[in-house]
Each structure stands twice: as structure tokens, then as C-alpha cells.
Design a protein around this ligand. Structure first.
Ligand code: KG4
Ligand code: ZN
Length: 343
């Protein structure tokens, strides 16, 4: 059998500069240069600094991915790059780098929607993990900028059925962490503390849990944490901090799981995937995994190392598109929603 498309992809939409090489869904190399240290002192991503850091890292990660895969550009079939959505100055770095590579090598170049990339993170294959093939599923996309429920009926057949009306899940974690003086990004720290605390210590609101739509709202919860801190002051002991984090996490997870599971049942889809940076959340993964057993559906969380932004998922999406006969067609900086991506 002829081997599958070998794609080198770049990702620079936010605060990670990444390059990966895949063959079909198999990851030959995946390199991610994180900018956390650059942005941490500011408590969030500073777009101008992100662009500069991408400029520094773009060639380094590309060289590292080729070295790790022990390949030259001649051995690559096609190039891919995230062309939106994301920070414009950050995207430009990856896109221009990819265009340069395409020009120099005369290889086709595909622009990939960042969120479509996340959808492909569950199916990646590497030494430690073999994800399943892309099949119809309900996807819960949770990251620093997005919280969306998407019905995925096939490649390019995406229907957003709901999502947050205000803050994204990761954003809520980051803001709560900031209030607690826990640094940036807040998700992993709050999650770790939450695991040691009692989720029923503070009664936080479960916004929109009973609404009949598939939407979410996390801004009120963030305010509830702020009001609690104003009244009680910052937690004075480690157990009190753990209890606060656990109570916040319990509120987030309960709403996310409840509405996602209901949407899954209504959709009739037998597979549920969770992808994006906040898909690493231990409470969310545990709640959905438990429901998968009791309700009898297939639960496929992205592997932890592919939850955050990476280029392997972008390359895998491009490879699937090449399989489907996609022409190299770079529509730059498309800020279309996922439903409008099409084939
Ligand atoms: O997908 P991603 O790397 O970048 C975006 O496209 O936004 O997601 C980053 C977000 C951050 O807000 C971070 O705090 C959150 O994902 N995150 C988490 C966890 N790990 C990362 N949120 C909750 N629990 C976690 N364990
Ligand atoms: Zn992302």
C-alpha cells in the first residue's frame, strides 16, 4: 500500500510555536515551543510579545521537527499551516514561514482552521497512543478562547450546536487563578489544587444548567468567585485554597458535563470527544469517562500532550483533506466559524 500523505505543519495562532511532521495520523515529530515564561509576568498573552517570540522560534521548531523525524524537506509531500482564528500578528509568522517553505520547495500548502485541527487531536498515533479513526461524533472544544459543542458528521461537516455566551472555560480558569495570585496559565494550577480539595466547600452557581439550549456561561461564576474573595479575603491556608479551587472546578465541570451529555443523547451520536487546552482538566475527563460507562457511549479525550496547541493536529487535518482530494488553496486569515469551513 502506498504510504499516507506526509505533511509538515506549522501552528502559531496564540502562544505556542509548533511544527510537526505526520504521515496520515501517525506523528513522526511534534515540537512545541511554549511562550509561557514570556507572558507569565503579565498574567496573560501579550499579542505583540507573542509575535516576536514566534519570529524567534519558527525556524528553530521547524529545524527541530525535521531533525527529530530524520528527514529533509524533499521527503515531505505537502505543507500546512493554521490560518485562523487566532492573534493576527502571531498567525502571520506561521503563515509567511509556510508560504516561504512552499515557494522554495514547490510543494502544495494547505491552510487549516485552528479548531478543525483540535478535532484531529484525538486520532493521532504515536509511540504511546493509537487514536481511533475520524468518525461521526459530538465534540466538546474547550480552550482559552473557545467553548463549543460541535456535531462532527465527517470531514468538513461541522455544525456548532452551542457554546459559551461569554467567557471560555480556559479563560475562566485563568481569571480565577489571577484573582488567587496563582499565575498564568491558571488551568493546570487550579486543576491540581482542586484535586486535593472538597468540591462542596463553597456553593458556586451553575449558570444555565437547566436552560434548554446547548449554551454555557462562565462570566457569572467568575464574578461569584470575586465576590466570595471580597467577602472572605484570600484563602489563608492551603486546604482553604484547595477547597475554593475544588468548588470552582465542581461548578464548571457539573455544567459542562451535564449539558454536553444531554447534547450527546439528543444528537444520537455514539462518540463523544473532548479537545483543546482545557480538555486536560482532570475533573472534566473523569466526569465524562464515568458517564461513558453508565450511558454506554464511546468517550475519546485528546491525549494530554495533544490537548494544548500543537502542529501534529494541524498536519493530521491537512493529511485527511489531501486524502479527500483537497487542492492546495490558501485562503488567508479566514475567521470563519467552524461550521463554515466545509470541504
Ligand atoms: O488550546 P490551548 O492551548 O490554547 C488556546 O487555543 O486557547 O488552551 C489553553 C487554555 C488556557 O486557558 C489554560 O488555562 C487551559 O487551556 N487549561 C486548563 C487546563 N490545562 C490547560 N484548563 C482547565 N484545566 C486544566 N487542566
Ligand atoms: Zn487551541
Amino acid at each position: 500500500m502506498a504510504r499516507e500523505h506526509r505533511v509538515l505543519a506549522l501552528e502559531s495562532s496564540c502562544d505556542e510555536t509548533a511544527c510537526a511532521i505526520v504521515e496520515g495520523r501517525r506523528v513522526l515529530a511534534s515540537v512545541v515551543a511554549s511562550q509561557i515564561e514570556t507572558h507569565a509576568p503579565f498574567g496573560g498573552v501579550v499579542p505583540e510579545l507573542a509575535s516576536r517570540a514566534h519570529l524567534d522560534a519558527a525556524t528553530v521548531v521547524t529545524r527541530a521537527a525535521l531533525d527529530r523525524a530524520e528527514m529533509s524537506l524533499d521527503e515531505i509531500d505537502a505543507l500546512a499551516v493554521t490560518h485562523g482564528p487566532g492573534l493576527i500578528g502571531a498567525l502571520l509568522v506561521g503563515v509567511q514561514m509556510a508560504k516561504g517553505l512552499a515557494l522554495a520547495t514547490a510543494k502544495p500548502l494547505l491552510g487549516i482552521h485552528h479548531m478543525e485541527g483540535h478535532l484531529f487531536s484525538t486520532g493521532l498515533i504515536d509511540a504511546e497512543h493509537e487514536g481511533p479513526t475520524f468518525a461521526p461524533h459530538l465534540a466538546l472544544l474547550v480552550s482559552g478562547g473557545h467553548t463549543e459543542l460541535v456535531e462532527v458528521r465527517g470531514l468538513g461537516k461541522y455544525r456548532r450546536i452551542g457554546g459559551t455566551r461569554d467567557d471560555a472555560v480556559g479563560e475562566a480558569y485563568d481569571k480565577v487563578a489571577k484573582m488567587l495570585g496563582l499565575g498564568y496559565p491558571g488551568g493546570p494550577v487550579v486543576d491540581r489544587l482542586a484535586q486535593a480539595g472538597r468540591g462542596d466547600a463553597v456553593a458556586f452557581p451553575r449558570a444555565m444548567i437547566d436552560s434548554d439550549d446547548d449554551d454555557f456561561s462562565f462570566a457569572g461564576l467568575k464574578t461569584a468567585v470575586a465576590v466570595h474573595l471580597e467577602r472572605e479575603g484570600l484563602p489563608k491556608t492551603r486546604p482553604a485554597l484547595e477547597d475554593l479551587c475544588a468548588s470552582f472546578q465542581a461548578a464548571v465541570v457539573e455544567v459542562l458535563a451535564h449539558k454536553t451529555l444531554r447534547a450527546r443523547r439528543r444528537s444520537g451520536l455514539n462518540r463523544l470527544c473532548v479537545v483543546g487546552g482545557a480538555a486536560a482538566n482532570s475533573g472534566l475527563r473523569a466526569a465524562l469517562a464515568e458517564a461513558a460507562v453508565s450511558e454506554g457511549f464511546d468517550f475519546v479525550p485528546a491525549p494530554l500532550r495533544y490537548c494544548g496547541d500543537n502542529a501534529a493536529m494541524i498536519a493530521a487535518a491537512a493529511s485527511a483533506r489531501l486524502d479527500a482530494g483537497a487542492e492546495a488553496r490558501l485562503e488567508l486569515f479566514s475567521h470563519r466559524s467552524l461550521d463554515a469551513v466545509g470541504l
